[in-house]
Design a protein around this ligand. Sequence first.
Ligand SMILES: *Cc1c(COP(=O)(O)O)cnc(C)c1O
Length: 226
Amino acid sequence: MAVNREEYEKIIAELRKNNVTLVAVSKTKPVKDILELYDLGQRDFGENYVQEMVKKYEQLPKDIRWHFIGHLQSNKVKYIAPFVSLIHSVDSEKLLKEINKEANKNSRIVDCLLQVYIAKEDTKFGLDDEELHELVSRISNIVSLKNISVKGLMGMASFTDNNHVIKKEFQHLKSLFEKYETINHKPSTFTILSMGMSADYKTAIEEGSNMVRIGSLLFGERQKTG
Ligand SMILES: *Cc1c(COP(=O)(O)O)cnc(C)c1O
């Protein structure tokens, strides 16, 4: 149940060496667990559910950077727009426009990642290569999206023990990242490649990730509903 401090220190040391940012995924975990990592210096936390993230935001120190990593419905953007630090899971133009609108209401620029579907399973959200290409081209042309900044890509590998499959999927995402890094009009803003979770973050780093999202290694296993 408790936070695994030893694992945290180990992971942090490893990530620091590689210049990788750790997002500690705290979904379904209590506020006191988050505070425990906060006291060790952790500031980036990831959540999957809007209501849960809002509640935790209200209860916790305001210098925490909240990452939204779950599937996001357009009608819920307004609840997180005032404070969210990075939305990892943008998968449509509609959602992007809604984030822009709500960010504008809050006089903010909200950072986003486009979620790409790289796994073999069909239970996961995200854009396929073609949809990604289309959306990136459209974003470059929609000058009215002044209140969002598209910072990079996020993806999840297949849930499998086959490291070869995972490696291939991460390599694919990395190649897409490099492709759009160079065609983006403002290349210096397209800098984040969010890939890697508890089971595969080492492989992800080997394949060029610079942001990993780790939950169960730090906070223990979640209940099935999580
Ligand atoms: C839950 C979740 C994670 C963390 O998963 P662990 O296996 O517990 O590390 C990372 N990314 C996303 C998108 C998630 O939903």
